[in-house]
Design a protein around this ligand. Structure first.
Ligand SMILES: Cc1cc2nc3c(=O)[nH]c(=O)nc-3n(C[C@H](O)[C@H](O)[C@H](O)COP(=O)(O)O)c2cc1C
Length: 391
């Protein structure tokens, strides 16, 4: 268990993911919170990711014996205690010391999958060594394909059995909040520097141990000694591959012998193509509203994707999930699982591993309650008939 600045009883008083967000906002400096919370441009997709859930009503069945209910399920063929996993979020070390390890440890303790981001500050080897988590690894495609090839070779020496290939960033989304905090690249504005100085607990937790966190998974993409933020920012800016295409999916499929998931699709024809190219699953996602502003939310395309696939491959969905009822709605529409982004990251920012654990517990409790109130004993009993979509 990693140390936490909050006691268990204080965290017990955090009752919802939104309340955890409020704690996170107080605990980390403004520039960190903006990095975590913001979306691209006018943040319409960010808001859409949340508002979609209020358009979907729940239709309960009455007088059902729900005394045997449980929230366990199977995700890509393996047992999971809950129908959600922790998705990839880069640079979590900025929110809490070894933030990736905090996320992985909580996932391990909760028996749900964890996806380590390619731009994490803890290496995949350390995560595998230090936790028993069911770890999946996310990668981007770089101009230098050799880097991805070496990453695959590294992964083959670990117990990682699932690779998540994120394809929705052939160019970087326009995240204006990220620019606004800096007077020039990587130099905070004076108000943001003063604001950081006013957060001594964050300074002690994050900056004090080892300085600004470094990137532990970009390996030889970065020149020697350049694993700091500047080196990584330069490398990522120059290495993001604008020529990304289905050929890259084919290329990766040929090299990776285990499960391959394509993350960032929002179009049913693309999902069918992903299945044709040998993907084992897809994550429908608009990258938490951080890439194409105005993009549909994954929940909006989920029904047509499920219909078009007709069971060929399982579908995971992300974007805006903050309540157990949101997760239940996705499962009722046919999703295999939900991938969490900010929800668990608020937990990391608020209180490290304990904060993540609290978020997982809150969501599990809410799912259990919603199942019961809907008249279901298990997630498998959920169907689209439990929902009414009003537009
Ligand atoms: C701070 C932050 C960092 C992220 N980093 C990555 C990343 O490294 N790789 C990736 O595929 N997606 C990344 N994402 C996108 C998430 O995996 C996910 O698609 C999104 O956060 C889901 O929306 P939600 O935050 O509303 O749950 C990131 C999201 C956030 C908020």
């Amino acid at each position: 268990m990693q140390r936490s600045l909050y006691t268990g009883s204080q965290l017990e008083r955090v009752l919802s993911v939104d309340e955890m967000r409020a704690v996170a906002k107080r605990r980390v400096p403004n520039f960190c919170f903006e990095f975590l919370d913001g979306g691209a441009e006018d943040e319409t997709s960010l808001r859409r990711n949340r508002s979609v859930f209020s358009e979907i009503g729940l239709r309960p069945h009455a007088l059902v014996d729900i005394s045997q209910r449980h929230t366990s399920t199977s995700i890509l063929g393996e047992a999971s205690a809950s129908p959600f996993m922790i998705g990839p979020t880069g640079f979590s070390g900025l929110l809490s010391d070894k933030g990736d390890l905090a996320l992985a440890s909580a996932a391990s303790d909760s028996n749900i999958p964890y996806v380590l981001s390619n731009v994490s500050t803890v290496s995949i080897e350390e995560i595998c060594e230090a936790t028993n988590a069911r770890v999946w690894m996310q990668v981007y495609m770089y101009r230098n394909r050799e880097f991805v090839e070496r990453m695959v070779d590294r992964l083959l020496k670990t117990r990682v059995d699932t690779l998540v290939f994120t394809i929705d960033n052939p160019v970087h989304g326009k995240r204006e909040w990220d620019v606004r905090c800096y007077r020039r690249p990587l130099k905070l504005t004076i108000p943001n520097m003063l604001d950081a100085a006013m957060h001594p607990r964050w300074l002690l937790d994050v900056l004090w141990p080892n300085g600004v966190p470094r990137f532990a998974n970009l390996g030889d993409l970065l020149p020697p000694g350049q694993d700091d933020v500047r080196g990584a920012a330069q490398a990522l800016a120059s290495q993001l591959s604008a020529s990304l295409s289905w050929e890259d999916v084919r290329w990766l499929r040929e090299r990776w012998p285990h499960k391959l998931i394509i993350k960032g699709l929002l179009n049913k024809d693309d999902v069918l193509k992903a299945a044709d190219y040998g993907a084992d699953s897809v994550i429908l996602s608009n990258h938490g509203g951080r890439q194409l502003d105005g993009a549909l939310s994954a929940m909006e395309v989920l029904p047509e994707v499920i219909e078009a696939l007709n069971g060929r491959i399982p579908v995971i969905v992300d974007g805006g999930f903050r309540r157990g009822s949101d997760i239940v709605k996705a499962i009722a529409l046919g999703a295999e699982a939900v991938s969490l982004g900010r929800a668990t990251s608020y937990g990391v920012a608020a209180a490290g591993q304990q904060g993540v654990q609290r978020v997982i517990n809150i969501l599990n409790d809410e799912i259990d309650r919603v199942l019961g109130l809907l008249g279901c004993n298990s997630l498998a009993e959920l169907t689209p008939d439990h929902l009414e979509w009003r537009r």
